[in-house]
Design a protein around this ligand. Structure first.
Ligand code: NDP
Length: 374
């Protein structure tokens, strides 16, 4: 799409319009209000180094369902166009980018001036402005009692679905709805809905427990997730001539289903193990190293089978686009690089935290992500 546009048109579409600002304001206000007032399971977060635990209200699925219903009704009544995102994608992208910069500058300033000593809010200042702005200063900053880290990742995942739905509406309007688009839409919608069904699992992930909230995370959540994970959808909107054979569709569905089972199974086993280390894994008592690390089930096959499952899912979102262009493969390639990098950082963290227990786990489970390969 970008290659077809001349530079002048491209630049002018990148200038945020008032409408794109209204869309973002509506979206964030809705999420803030819905997050606060809708009912949901309240989950205790990971134990922080000072012994405290944050609480997260996991009502994302209800908030998302309600939002889609409200937007659907408004579209039916002609109050909102379902194409608003598909038609204004670049303006929304640049408005979101500006928002990320402003939010992270505010986080930098408030983080630096904080004298809080708790694990969540204690400022970590290196003195290098760019480093501190990029990686963040505080672990779990809040605004009006909203946990911003949890809020932003939720906004990004929901934004991805909303962008996809608008792309779908556009392809229906253009009479260009293809099998590839339907497959892509179904896989992503299932992935995103599953994320919100299991939203509580997010509370024990690396981003929430270990990463401070700076530009890297805010940009990743608000802009990178919704706008780059939907590249396949944008691409299909402009390239609807992909012919898929029945075996190709079946193979694509298998990659999705197997990827999902591994991804969700591995994350679920770890989550359950953390809650109760005696819960059977695949019907047998778990193999536990040093009383703390799970070494059976998926966690006995490779040390990060959950990453393997996620990579297969990412591939399944791109396969409907065929192999004529590398552009739709941006997401799986990016995820491969990210997860290899992240796995290395997680190993360092776990080696420091678990010491000889971790060394024993490495002996029992030598593979990092894919057995016999890596
Ligand atoms: P993990 O969920 O794998 O969490 C790693 C942590 O789990 C470790 O730091 C350690 O923390 C604990 N742990 C590691 N091994 C064991 C074990 N054997 N037994 C018990 N606990 C263990 O990593 P992430 O948070 O990075 O990822 C979560 C999910 O999010 C993954 O499925 C990943 O694919 C996905 N993801 C997706 C991204 C995307 O862009 N699509 C980006 C990043 C992640 P502790 O100190 O608590 O023991």
């Amino acid at each position: 799409m970008l290659l077809d546009m001349d530079l002048g048109v491209l630049l002018s579409s990148l200038i945020p319009s008032f409408q794109s600002v209204y869309v973002l304001v509506f979206y964030f206000v809705y999420l803030a209000v819905a997050g606060e007032i809708l009912p949901g399971k309240v989950i205790r977060g990971a134990l922080l180094s000072d012994g405290s635990q944050l609480r997260y209200r996991c009502n994302g699925l209800l908030a998302l369902t309600l939002l889609v219903a409200i937007l659907g009704i408004c579209a039916k009544l002609g109050i909102v166009s379902p194409l608003v995102v598909a038609d204004r994608g670049l303006e929304l992208l640049s408005a979101t980018f500006i928002l990320c910069v402003l939010v992270t500058l505010a986080l930098y300033i408030t983080g630096r001036s904080s004298s809080d000593k708790s694990s969540s809010l204690k400022p970590h200042v290196s003195g290098n402005l760019v480093h501190d702005w990029w990686f963040g200063i505080q672990l779990n900053p809040q605004f009006l009692s909203i946990d911003l880290k949890f809020f932003f990742v939720r906004a990004g995942m929901m934004g991805w679905l909303l962008i996809n739905l608008s792309i779908l509406a556009k392809s229906v309007q253009d009479d260009s709805l293809s099998q590839s688009m339907i497959l892509y839409q179904i896989f992503c919608a299932l992935y995103i809905l599953d994320y919100f069904v299991h939203e509580e699992y997010m509370t024990s992930t690396w981003d929430i427990i270990a990463e401070r909230l700076g530009f890297m995370l805010v940009f990743g959540d608000l802009l990178w997730i919704p706008f780059t994970f939907s590249i396949q959808g944008w691409w299909l909107l402009h390239n609807n001539k992909v012919e898929l054979t029945v075996p190709a569709i079946v193979a694509n569905c298998l990659v999705f289903v197997i990827g999902y089972l591994v991804f969700r199974g591995a994350n679920k086993q770890k989550h359950i193990f953390k809650k109760n280390p005696k819960t059977p894994i695949w019907g047998k008592p778990p193999v536990v190293v040093g009383g703390k690390l799970l070494a059976s089930g998926y966690w006995g096959i490779a040390r990060h089978c959950n990453y393997l499952g996620d990579l297969m899912l990412a591939l399944s979102f791109s396969l409907p686009c065929g192999i004529s262009s590398p552009v739709p493969y941006f997401y799986p390639i990016y995820l491969l690089i990210l997860l290899i990098w992240r796995e290395r950082r997680d190993e360092v963290r776990c080696a420091e935290k678990y010491k000889e227990i971790w060394a024993e786990y490495l002996r029992l489970v030598p593979w990092r992500i894919l057995p016999y390969v890596y």
